[in-house]
Write a protein that binds this ligand. Structure first.
Ligand code: SIN
Length: 271
């Protein structure tokens, strides 16, 4: 009988993140191996692999074992560019009815210093709130709109700050503020600074104080892990329960990553 190879899971933070070792991702493993990877990723929010310089076909094959591929993108910053994609806390595309379940980022070329990515865990962030605020947020819903990107070319120019009226008028899906992660039964905070514009039934002005509190709370250092990339590093994050931030501190250097987003479903309310 074939023995199943399972990854060794080494936590990197107390509350978020784990590095998985002992696999060669150019190989195809039995389903149990991918099930273990998916479990680690739902449990730790973000997982990392090192020393896996996959080519395009290998990246696709690996991603396809973990979910349905929706989007493939190159995330590139050339030495003369000043803006980087993702330099602000966000969750990918929550302005969709069915936001991506997960994102996989593969490092091809990395700067000699800097260029890290940070993730914040919305499971621990939700659990650290008071019973009263958790009870208030559970059952609330919020609008997620792409209002800050209107008429703005990603990574090339600064987006103008929309007016309060534009925020109030911006349309987008309404998602639960406390989201259930079905695999673990965990309730997580499901708002993010990029796309959450206001609470359902509340104006932008009414929403801003509570949203600002949550956006500050969500990035407390104990909820955050930061990864230093090497060529061949891979990060996979659960886009349902994390925010991430690409640190743009390597001006004059080149960074090339490949990103695959996996299909998600309509967020399910916790509670
Ligand atoms: C992103 O997906 O926001 C980009 C992350 C990164 O390049 O580190």
């Amino acid at each position: 009988m074939e023995t199943v190879t399972l990854p060794q899971v080494h936590r990197v933070g107390g509350l978020i993140g784990a590095e998985l070792r002992g696999l060669d991702l150019t190989r195809d493993y039995p389903d149990e191996t991918y099930a273990a990877i998916s479990r680690a990723w739902a449990e730790h929010g973000v997982i990392f692999f090192r020393g896996q310089p996959l080519n395009e076909a290998q990246r696709e094959a690996f991603a396809a074992r973990l979910g349905e591929i929706r989007v493939r993108q190159e995330v590139r910053k050339e030495p003369e560019q000043t803006k980087a994609i993702g330099e602000g806390w966000h969750t990918d595309m929550t302005c969709f009815d069915e936001p991506p379940k997960a994102t996989i980022l593969f490092a091809e070329a990395v700067p000699p210093w800097g260029g890290d990515t940070a993730w914040a865990g919305m499971g621990p962030a939700f659990e650290a709130l008071s019973d009263g605020l958790r009870a208030t947020l559970t059952g609330m819903r919020a609008v997620h709109a792409n209002v800050r990107k209107l008429g703005y070319s990603y990574a090339q120019t600064d987006p103008p700050e929309p007016s309060v009226a534009e925020y109030d008028a911006a349309e987008g899906p309404v998602h639960p503020v406390a989201r259930l992660i079905p695999e673990t039964g965990r309730a997580v905070l499901y708002v993010n600074p990029e796309f959450t514009t206001r609470f359902e039934g509340w104006t932008r002005r009414e929403s801003v104080p509570l949203l600002s509190y949550l956006f500050t709370h969500g990035t407390r250092p104990e909820f955050v892990t930061r990864f230093h990339w090497e060529p061949g590093s891979i990060a996979m994050w659960d886009n349902r329960q994390t925010w991430h931030f690409a640190v743009n501190d390597y001006q004059g250097e080149r960074r090339v990553m490949h990103r695959i987003l996996l299909a998600g479903s309509k967020p399910q309310a916790a509670g």
